[in-house]
Design a protein around this ligand. Structure first.
Ligand code: GLN
Length: 489
């Protein structure tokens, strides 16, 4: 690993902006690293070396001309999850049905990255249409966890997390519908935030479940993640659920947190997300994190969220229902793949294309969702799930009367072996137990590394949750914890 790929994004940005380093050299170093190691990890689906270098050259030129950098991260390259549209690279969402498809427009997130002078190294691997917890549902083969290549890197954003953990990018973008930023962060010892719903534009983010999906920043440190958060967040009139509010001051909060004082901060441990059924190494790492937060001056209290026990069931009705509707657009007429022997009716072409183009998990969810929305079952399944969603939001509201942030393990497990859960969807879904209440409520949450499990030496994540639009609290507590915890290895 060259020095340039070992540095954090904040450090790289400072050196690029002071002209001690060039963005071209930093970008090249990462492209070399990708060429060297990605054959082993498969974090990327597409690499756009020439485009990234051209963007880096632009940044170097403008800094040399004395212009102010376009953003705090100008010149620092990044890996983008392959679910955001880009005009200069394919957008596949990890699916065969979109193989080779190039969007005619950039997602708002992609456009913001370009405007911020951030070279996009490439697009990262993911579970098909962001459905999964291991990246094994990618039609292009799984990504491997850099900590142990026989294990999963989490999902659906395993490619972005693995790119960070293997130093193939200093920054990455993910999406989180039920945990797809936080769980991969946890199992790769990286940092990831699911911002408050409505604060990062979904325009050009290929929809999985629209009421839950949210793009977010990933990094190796809390500060890097905060810097990226501020680049991508903000109101967008092209997203009908975008919030026209100020972006919470997450960078200032991360800097404040790094000073290591949490006096006056109330931290709630969610009783229902602390269970003997979790791996014991996960629980002991979590308990150690609680002790660290207490030492930092936080007041730790226990809170109860009784309806969280129904979150998984509600999520796995709401998400498939939205998926069944959103994925109807892949009809062989408009995007990507088309199976047609020349003698087929339009209906047969659609059926054959969808049968060949979608993988088994996507088909399973489309069928469950279609069933849950069908007349006669709608109230019993989808309607009930929406009621549970409201009760979960109320649990959160009550808990936040007692605490400023809530904490739990990010995932009940450390990364498991590739292949271990592919035939058991329910076992796979259980890894989302702690993350998905936040999505159902539309709130924000972060995963920050909390060391290695005493059972198997593999990464464990601490989840920090906060109410809607209080994303800065995540960064304050996360940065304080990170500084006190010290390096993971
Ligand atoms: N693992 C969860 C699922 O399979 C979360 C997915 C996500 O956040 N995109 O639905």
């Amino acid at each position: 690993m060259s020095d340039l790929t070992s540095l954090d994004a904040a450090e790289l940005a400072a050196r690029i902006h002071s002209r001690e380093l060039s963005s071209v050299d930093v970008t090249k170093a990462h492209l070399d690293r990708i060429a060297e190691v990605d054959g082993e990890y498969h974090a990327y689906l597409h690499v756009a070396g020439d485009r990234a270098l051209a963007a880096a050259e632009d940044v170097d030129r403008s800094i040399a001309a004395g212009d102010a950098p376009a953003s705090a991260l100008a010149g620092v390259p990044l890996a983008l999850k392959d679910v955001f549209t880009t005009t200069d690279m394919p957008t596949t969402c990890g699916s065969k049905i979109l193989e080779g498809w190039v969007s005619p427009y950039d997602a708002t997130v992609s456009a913001k990255l370009r405007a911020a002078g951030i070279p996009i190294l490439g697009k990262t691997n993911m579970d098909e249409f962001a459905m999964g917890s291991s990246t094994e549902n990618s039609a292009y083969g799984p990504t491997k966890n850099p900590w142990d290549t026989t294990r999963i890197p989490g999902g659906s954003g395993g490619g972005s997390a693995a790119a960070l953990a293997s130093h193939q990018a200093p920054l990455a973008i993910g999406t989180d519908t039920g945990g797809s930023i936080r769980q991969p962060a946890a199992v790769t010892a990286t940092v990831g935030t699911k911002p408050t719903y409505g604060t990062v534009s979904r325009f050009g983010l290929v929809a999985c479940a629209s009421s839950l999906d949210q793009g977010g920043p990933c990094g190796r440190t809390v500060l890097d993640t905060a810097l990226l958060h501020e680049v991508i967040a903000g109101y967008d009139p092209r997203d009908s659920t975008s919030l026209d509010v100020a972006v919470p001051p997450v960078v200032a909060a991360a800097r404040e947190g790094a000073r290591g004082n949490l006096a006056g901060v109330k931290v709630g441990v969610v009783k229902e997300l602390h269970s003997d059924s979790y791996q014991s190494g996960v629980i002991s790492s979590f308990d150690a994190a609680v002790a660290v937060l207490t030492e930092l001056g936080a007041e730790v209290v226990e809170v109860s969220c009784p309806h969280f026990e129904y979150a998984l069931a509600a999520y796995y009705l709401i998400l498939p229902s939205e998926v069944s509707s959103n994925l109807a657009r892949f009809d062989a007429m408009r995007y990507g793949m088309r199976v047609d022997d020349g003698n087929m009716s339009a209906e047969q072409v659609m059926a054959a294309t969808r049968a060949a183009g979608f993988g088994p998990e996507v088909k399973r969810r489309i069928m469950i969702g279609t069933y849950a929305l069908s007349s006669g079952y709608y109230d019993a399944y989808y309607g009930q799930a929406l009621k549970v969603r409201t009760l979960i939001a109320r649990d959160f509201d009550k808990a936040y009367e007692q605490a400023d942030v809530l904490i739990s393990p990010t995932s009940p497990f450390t990364p498991w072996k590739l292949g271990e859960k592919v035939d058991d969807p329910l076992a796979m879904y259980l890894s989302d137990l702690c993350t998905l209440p936040t999505n159902l409520a539309g709130h924000c949450a972060m995963s920050v590394p909390s060391g290695l499990s005493k059972d198997d030496g593999l990464p464990v994540g601490l989840q920090i949750m906060a109410p809607a639009l209080a994303d800065d609290r995540l960064y304050r507590v996360g940065a304080a914890y990170e500084a006190a915890r010290g390096p993971v290895q």
